[in-house]
Ligand binder design. Sequence first.
Ligand code: GLC
Ligand code: MG
Length: 538
Amino acid sequence: MSDQADMIWWKTGVIYQIYPRSFQDSDGDGVGDLRGIKRRLPYLRELDVEAIWLSPIFASPMADFGYDISDYTAIDPLFGTMSDFDALLEAAHPHGLKLLLDLVPNHTSDQHPWFVESRSSRDNAKRDWYLWRDPAPDGGPPNNWLSEFGGSAWHYDDTTGQYYYHAFLAQQPDLNWRHPQVRAAIYEMMRFWLRKGVDGFRVDVLWHLIKDSQFRDNPPNPDYQPGRPPHEQLQPLYSADQPEVQQVVAELRAVVDEFPDRLLIGEIYLPLERLVAYYGIDLSGAHLPFNFALLSAPWHARALAELIDRYEAVLPQGAWPNWVLGNHDRPRVASRVGAAQARVAAMLLLTLRGTPTIYYGDEIGLRQLPIAPDQVRDPFEKNVPGVGVGRDGCRTPMQWDASPFAGFSTVEPWLPLADDYAQDNVVNLSAADTSLLSLYRALIALRRRQPALQLGDYQPLAAQGDVLLFRRVGGGSSLLVALNLGAAPVAVLSEQFSLDGEILLSTFMDRAGERVGATLDLRGDEGVIIGPVPDPIV
Ligand code: GLC
Ligand code: MG
């Protein structure tokens, strides 16, 4: 167990991701904005999250809904103005809320002035800020690299007769991170926001920044499954996760460390063993390389237990863990595991060791909304239709109340609303003592009160059948977490360890105070947290 020095906000608190287009519209254009977020700060305060991370709010042609940036230090008018941003930051801090921005350093928009210059001629000063290559001898792309969003990752540009590289859309050309001026420009932009008082960054596709200097072909992926997105046909051996990226990660961290108490998170989709390299040598890298393992984990006790053990085992000395249950790129948790297990998933997320990240709307059980083909907005789904990669379904508007358009907007929102919003909304769920939202609030509150949940060690106990059991130990206390991942009731008996204690919280929210002895009865889809029986008051 760690000491006082570990009581750092990003270790003890919960991070909440806001997808700004979908959180709260304030100006009646059907798209969420900064004033809308500001209006909802009391909700976030009550939920008691520590920090909000905003997906990109910068000037953008919106080819990838803000992940294509044309000016890193301007707010897109769709989201408001710089004074709206300043007002949000000023309002968040006194609420005790930290504000994290999305940093997208791997690529810009093709409309960014840097790229407009770069593509204008082969001898432009910014030519090498991007990755330009001659065509292959047959005139085709320089190598076999594939875009994550379908097709070749190379786009031929008539003006200068070369190809440029784009890991995502052709409207998102990759910057050349081997170029010192590119690094300096991005670091200066980070300082612009850090000086304003922003509390840190989530760095987009951090593992992509450096590519092989020789641009060698990627090898075929022998495990490719037909029906999966086409870019998975190749192993990204040379196009991502290059050793030299570690230097860049350390530099990004050094910029953040020029300011007190700031946070660097990395978005990294890699196996756990490779992911943890992004903590950096002697923890000089990202504070939190996002751990996305739960997004694709089979929902079985043993699989989850093995995953947690594997992660705990590969964490470098002193590295702080973290867990993510949902984000704007993956199907909603309520649809992945089902509504009943979504409550168990919430308990797991908020009792594991490490910083939890909650995706907006997961706390009210938003489901993946099926999107009709003519309503698709996501460029990934448009380019690679029908294989289930569409991200619109997890980006639908937040459901605040039962009024038309769910209190999100006064007009038809940019993406459809789920038709359950008249029941499943913040107002109704707040009023119901045992709703999923009430459970989230209770879990976060319990985490705040229990040092063992915030900073305690993780001790695996058992994973048998549908039951996952572990302990969190620290701060002079020991809590037991018992999760039933199945729909059938189970009785947990144990000779190996003690179940003695008192139920602090059940996912059904109706057993607090119940004494537990030699056996623990769990209903289907139930999780409980058991704490020591309090000393009698004398
Ligand atoms: C990241 C973002 C995703 C975006 C992609 C390209 O994976 O999370 O939404 O499309 O990067 O910027
Ligand atoms: Mg708006």
